[in-house]
Design a protein around this ligand. Structure first.
Ligand SMILES: *Cc1c(COP(=O)(O)O)cnc(C)c1O
Length: 487
């Protein structure tokens, strides 16, 4: 019986050839490559076949003409959408209206204008990546950021790798393989995207030696755990959460003095690499890289694309003797930074030579330090544009004060006062509007609160306003089609 029903339904499914003969598909063929279209037809037919097997349709008329027509139309529609999706870039810019400055899912830091220009130069040309232009001999790719990193952090030496997880892995593998690393129990953190201190430790071949308790760890806890297998004392900045109340963290200075006493190196994983104190802008006290170096840490690691505001990279600064060992570790080759990243990192670091300039030219820093008055102005301007171009018959609009978050596992719990444009669409729900906004040619990411779409102007550039307004207008049209998820 079931067999019979399936046969009956599948009979209505057109053959690839037949779909290809359809006028609408012929139009697609005049614009797109034939393989792209036929491949998409096959995918759509395959999907429908599975669907029909699971839920056969009951034929109304004996020869099934009506069903065949319906199915063919559906195939054509899905093929059209599928082809359009395939011809669009998968990875592309989005408008971040969430107010989360370092949004890991949205690519963390945005690069500034000067940095983007350098990327184009280095990417589009040959470069002296591993060539010393003075001697004409082979050079080191790590030399390009070395002077800058030493100058900006006060460290003796530097090394850059693919990301901070790689920096920690390389440091542990080089300095502590088959030996013990002492870490406070309160610092065995997990960072989004599956970086976990205990796991990276075991991958590096080092043995984790936990000391203290979740909320309190004293100098004596570290001291008691030291034995002849100890290789390193590690402090991890708990960058994405905070323990409050009855707590005790051992200061870096104290761990350093213990390390000196016992002849052991001390490493600090800072996570977010901050070079400028942002407390005057109402941001919390966050350890600066140069403070860790000054306090005597032998190795300090941090990310390039968190508070530093550069490309994804892992940066290691510290004592030359340890960095030299890391440079000789064969693992470095597997973790190495590519030339585009290196170019972007050098350009970002150069901005810091003039801190006032950096606050303007590095988008992450500009977004974190923009004044509430400026934010209010930005919100008012956006409101005016929305009113002018879409109008209040379709939207209920307001400007309200609110809070943004730093994100990217940086400055947990720290909220920054901001100004929001709230949008209530009269015809569709906030969730439907948010979804339609993600499916626009210029996708927009928003927050939803209280059945309203929230646009936080902190992370929206004024140059994006036209596209943002167009995306909202298009999202209010009927039949926004999101296609299929690529996951
Ligand atoms: C973010 C973070 C990492 C991982 O850095 P990536 O650059 O994302 O690899 C490691 N340790 C700490 C403390 C962090 O905050």
């Amino acid at each position: 019986m079931r067999e019979k029903l399936q046969d009956n339904s599948l009979r209505h499914l057109p053959a690839v050839d037949m779909v290809l003969r359809d006028d609408r598909i012929q139009t697609l063929l005049s614009r797109y490559a034939r393989v792209l279209v036929t491949e998409t037809i096959r995918e759509v037919l395959e999907r429908l076949r599975t669907e029909l097997v699971q839920a056969p349709i009951q034929s109304q008329d004996p020869d099934g003409t009506g069903e065949r027509r319906t199915i063919l139309n559906r195939v054509v529609d899905e093929v059209t959408i599928g082809v359009q999706q395939k011809t669009q870039f998968s990875l592309r810019p989005v408008i971040n209206a969430t107010g989360v400055v370092l949004h890991t899912n949205l690519g963390r830091a945005c690069l500034g204008e000067g940095t983007r220009a350098v990327l184009q130069q280095v990417g589009g040309n040959y470069s002296n990546l591993e060539l010393d232009l003075v001697t004409g001999e082979r050079g080191s790719r790590y030399a390009h950021t070395d002077w800058l990193l030493r100058q900006l952090t006060g460290a003796e030496a530097s090394l850059v790798v693919n990301n901070n997880a790689a920096a920690v892995l390389l440091a542990l593998n080089t300095l502590a393989r088959d030996r013990e690393v002492i870490v406070s129990r309160g610092q065995l953190v997990e960072i989004g995207g599956s970086f976990r201190v205990p796991e990276i430790m075991s991958q590096s071949g080092a043995v984790l030696r936990e000391v203290g308790t979740t909320n309190k760890t004293y100098r004596r806890d570290y001291a008691q755990a030291i034995n002849d297998r100890t290789a390193l004392l590690l402090k991890v900045h708990t960058s994405n959460y905070r323990i409050i109340g009855f707590t005790q963290e051992t200061a870096l200075e104290e761990i350093v003095s213990l390390g000196r006493e016992k002849g052991l190196p001390v490493m600090e994983d800072l996570g977010s690499g901050l070079l400028l104190d942002l407390q005057s802008w109402g941001l919390p006290a966050e350890p600066l890289i140069q403070d860790s170096i000054r306090a005597g840490a032998d190795i300090v690691t941090f990310s390039g694309d968190k508070l530093l505001g550069g490309p994804q990279a892992g940066i290691i600064v510290g004592k030359k003797q340890y960095l030299d060992q890391m440079k000789k570790n064969p693992l470095l080759r597997a973790l190495r930074i590519d030339k585009l990243t290196l170019a972007a990192l050098e350009a970002t670091l150069r901005e810091y030579l003039d801190p006032n300039r950096a606050l303007e030219t590095i988008p992450t820093l500009r977004m974190l330090t923009i004044s509430p008055e400026q934010l209010r102005q930005k919100a008012d301007q956006l409101l005016v544009r929305l009113r002018e171009l879409i109008g209040e018959e379709k939207l209920e609009l307001n400007v309200l004060p609110g809070q943004s978050v730093v994100g990217g596992g940086s400055m947990p719990g720290q909220e920054l006062p901001t100004w929001l444009v709230t949008v209530r669409a009269k015809a569709i729900s906030a969730a439907a509007l948010a979804k339609a906004l993600r499916c626009q040619p210029d996708p927009v990411l928003v927050r939803i609160h209280d059945e309203q779409v929230i646009l936080d102007v902190r992370t929206i550039n004024e140059t994006e306003y036209d596209r943002l307004v167009a995306a909202i207008a298009a999202s209010l049209e009927e039949g926004v089609n999101c296609g299929r998820s690529s996951n």
